[in-house]
Design a protein around this ligand. Structure first.
Ligand code: GLY
Ligand code: MN
Ligand code: MN
Length: 443
């Protein structure tokens, strides 16, 4: 975490306190993610919680951030204490004193004091802002602290009358990326672009999906990324029609396509790219027909991605192009209105070949925090949002489907930063047109 600019994290805690004050004041309690045992003394690779990171920059396990609104405002970090022996086995810990200094907190204490200190922090607070249901074990600790305060009622102490979800205050903040976040996301995008280009060049008949996955991982780590932002999908031929295919163990065959959905996580921020290309470097005519259709659908969705536009409009733009193409190519019969209206009905609707949505928020998490609707209305896009644009088409064999399209699965996914006037694809350097892909694979 060297070089981390801590001022933005301090500013986020101040904004959170502003929002809490506007909601009647109180105390926010934000735990990081628990460690998960894999077996005996081995753990799954640790990844901090994105909300806790967002308001602290702190990445150690066993930490809780507390923000006290009102006057005086305080932000308090509970973290692991220094421990010579554990640091010999597991590595460096800041400990409360160094962490307070480094991460700009007013106070810091050992996590071992959290349960005894929490009741005093909650006593007299109007609201408790807490992520109920995020971690059952942590919910129980908070409940115990609340009961401890209630038990002190005769001394004049009162427990918060309302528990509100702190995520509802942080999500709108997380949706609009600041300059530092955008710079990091550009960095993540650049590493993922390099990884996809490396994977395309490494692909040829006879290699295996896992060998190509290894090329992606090599590019992620050697580019400085911590890890993949999600399990890479490396799906040859018919495997591309399995939307969440992650087995990645099949041989790659001449004449088939390879779909790769992979993105790295850099300084906790995700990227998310899908490219689909021919294993032998040349699209066949039916592959090209479907590929050009998905590309046109993506272009329509990208053109609709701009501030003020309701979130769903790019999806509708992609669906309109895909549905028309399905009619033109003989995948569906009927009228455009009909196949769109039939929508998610398997018989006759576009959903049979395009059954997912065209994108999602992207940020600290690949499917990032934040609502998509407010009441009945889709949220309007705003400058600083980052969304993916990822239409696709997936054709399973069936008697009523032209056989030359069977088992073709295609998705094209880029990451779009909404700008004041439209959007910018921060993953645009990854080859995407038929000509660019074929030229890159020849190179
Ligand atoms: N890679 C996950 C997604 O595209 O949504
Ligand atoms: Mn995605
Ligand atoms: Mn993806």
């Amino acid at each position: 975490m060297n070089g981390l600019d801590i001022t933005s994290f301090v500013a986020r805690r101040a904004r959170l306190a502003d929002a809490m004050d506007a909601a009647g004041g109180g105390v926010a309690v934000i735990p990081t993610a628990p460690e998960r045992a894999r077996n005996r003394d081995t753990h799954y690779p640790y990844r901090h919680d994105s909300y806790a990171f967002y308001v602290s920059g702190f990445t150690e396990p066993e930490a809780v951030i507390v923000v006290v609104a009102g006057q005086p405002r305080r932000s308090i970090l509970f973290c692991r204490p220094k421990h010579e022996e554990r640091e010999i086995w597991d590595g460096f810990r800041h400990g409360p004193d160094a962490a307070r200094e480094r991460f700009g907190f007013d106070e810091a204490h050992s996590i071992e004091e959290f349960d005894t200190r929490l009741p005093a922090l909650l006593a007299g607070a109007a609201n408790l802002f807490h992520s109920v249901g995020f971690d059952e074990g942590f919910d129980a600790r908070v409940t115990r602290a609340l009961n401890a305060v209630r038990g002190m009622a005769r001394s004049g102490l009162s427990a918060p009358a309302a528990i509100r979800d702190v995520r509802a205050m942080l999500d709108p903040m997380r949706l609009v990326k600041d300059a530092g976040e955008i710079a990091t996301m550009r960095g993540a995008a650049a590493i993922s672009v390099a990884a996809h280009k490396r994977a395309m060049r490494a692909t040829r008949p006879g290699r295996h999906e896992y060998e190509i996955e290894a090329e992606l991982l090599h590019a992620f780590r050697s580019g400085g990324a911590e890890q993949p932002a999600y399990t890479s999908i490396v799906a040859g031929g018919a495997n591309a029609c399995v939307l969440h295919y992650v087995t990645n163990d099949a041989p790659l065959r001449d004449g088939e396509l390879l779909l790769i959905d992979a993105g790295c996580e850099l300084r906790s921020y995700a990227s998310d790219i899908t490219r689909t290309f021919p294993v032998n470097g040349r699209f066949s005519a039916p592959q090209r027909d479907l590929y050009e259709l998905v590309l046109a659908a993506q272009a329509a969705a990208v053109a609709a991605t701009r501030p003020g536009t309701p979130y769903n409009v790019p999806h509708e733009a992609a669906v309109a192009v895909l549905a028309q193409g399905m009619l033109d190519l003989g995948l569906l019969q009927g009228s455009l209105d009909g196949v769109i209206e039939q929508g998610n009905k398997r018989e006759g609707g576009y959903f049979r070949f395009y059954m997912h949505r065209t994108g999602h928020w992207l940020g600290l998490d690949v499917h990032d925090a934040g609502d998509y609707k407010r009441g009945a209305d889709w949220l309007p896009l705003a400058a600083g949002n980052v969304v993916t644009v990822e239409p696709g088409i997936y054709v399973r064999p069936a008697q009523d489907v032209p056989a030359h399209f069977w088992n073709i699965g295609i998705r094209i996914e880029d990451d779009a930063l909404v700008t004041p006037t439209g959007c910018e694809l921060i993953t645009a350097d990854c080859p995407k047109t038929v000509a660019d892909i074929e030229a890159w694979m020849r190179g």
